[in-house]
Design a protein around this ligand. Structure first.
Ligand SMILES: Nc1ncnc2c1ncn2[C@@H]1O[C@H](COP(=O)(O)OP(=O)(O)OP(=O)(O)O)[C@@H](O)[C@H]1O
Length: 293
């Protein structure tokens, strides 16, 4: 469980984070979304005890990070994958982390396998790609078997296979009751894995809720075996249909679209909730001017 309560952080006259509050529940993945400079990293640094807030507080499982006796056993943190020592090998990084955490060194081999670095364990981190460093950072975060994960832009540098791997890993972690907070400046990257979304713009929370609720009223995305017949069939059923490059956007919930297609005998190849509302909101906070107070 993560709780952020009325956190404000000022740097001189600039407000980096302005009265930010949200919670992340066990068993869920929370996507923390916002454009560059929105305040994501600052909020995460406050949560992890690396930056003192000007006011407010943040806790992990009810306790401020700095007061956790052995934080790495409670919360796995990946804030900057490029901060790892370039001269150490992947195995050495995890071995040292195991020593600091007080967990058995025998966990290191299994973790190298789990994060897909078994073949590169003897390579120096300076020769790792950014994606490999992200994998190593995630391995380090998981080593203490924590119940909470805090990951700042973990998909940076990962290839499509790496992104799919990370989604599966995070979904599995949450399915076992873990709490995940991950930040990104890319809406679609987070949308696929998060159950809960917190959007931040100019240091302020712009939206906070279950992904399902935030997507409500955003219509549907639909594709069919015969696109021409699908467009005609849905319009004949009284639905408002907008063609895009390879699919249709429909101003109705997926259930309504699916029923209309079935009644017209149309074969669908894809049907999912639309994301127009979220995209609009994200665009608004992305394009809002910076504030100095
Ligand atoms: N140590 C600092 N001193 C002064 N200003 C800072 C400091 N750290 C962050 N800021 C400012 O606070 C604001 C929020 O930055 P932050 O790094 O939290 O945003 P972010 O959403 O994580 O963006 P990014 O994805 O680019 O890291 C920015 O305007 C940034 O310039």
């Amino acid at each position: 469980m993560i709780t952020v309560e009325h956190v404000t952080k000022r740097y001189g006259g600039q407000v980096a984070v302005d009265d930010v509050s949200f919670t992340c529940e066990p068993g869920t993945v929370t996507g923390f979304l916002g454009p560059n400079g929105a305040g994501k990293s600052t909020t995460m640094r406050v949560l992890c005890g690396l930056t003192a807030p000007t006011s407010g507080r943040a806790t992990v499982n009810g306790v401020p990070f700095a007061k956790l006796p052995n934080p790495g056993l409670e919360v796995g943190v990946l804030l900057d994958a490029s901060a790892q020592h370039p001269g150490r090998t992947g195995r050495e990084v995890l071995g040292l982390a195991a020593g600091t955490l007080g967990v058995s060194k025998s966990k290191v081999t299994a973790m190298l396998e789990r994060v897909g670095l078994a073949g590169a364990e003897k390579k120096r981190v300076g020769n790792y790609s950014l994606g490999m460093r992200q994998r190593l950072g995630i391995g380090q975060a998981l080593l203490g078997d924590p119940s909470v994960l805090v990951l700042d832009e973990p998909a940076n540098g990962l290839d499509p296979e790496g992104i799919a791997w990370m989604r599966t890993l995070l979904a599995g972690f949450a399915a076992e009751g873990g709490t995940v907070l991950l930040s990104s400046h890319l809406l679609h990257e987070v949308q696929a894995v998060a159950d809960h979304l917190v959007m931040i713009g100019n240091g302020r929370i712009a939206a906070d809720g279950a992904k399902h609720d935030l997507l409500k009223g955003s219509g549907s995305i639909v594709k069919g075996e015969d696109p021409v017949a699908l467009g005609e069939g849905l319009r004949a059923a009284g639905l408002v249909v907008t063609p895009t490059t390879d699919h249709f956007r429909v101003d109705a919930e997926p259930l309504v679209v699916g029923r209309a297609a079935a009644a017209a005998g149309l074969v669908l190849t894809e049907l999912r909730p639309g994301d127009a509302g979220l995209e609009d909101l994200f665009f608004k906070i992305t394009s809002a001017p910076a504030v100095t107070r």
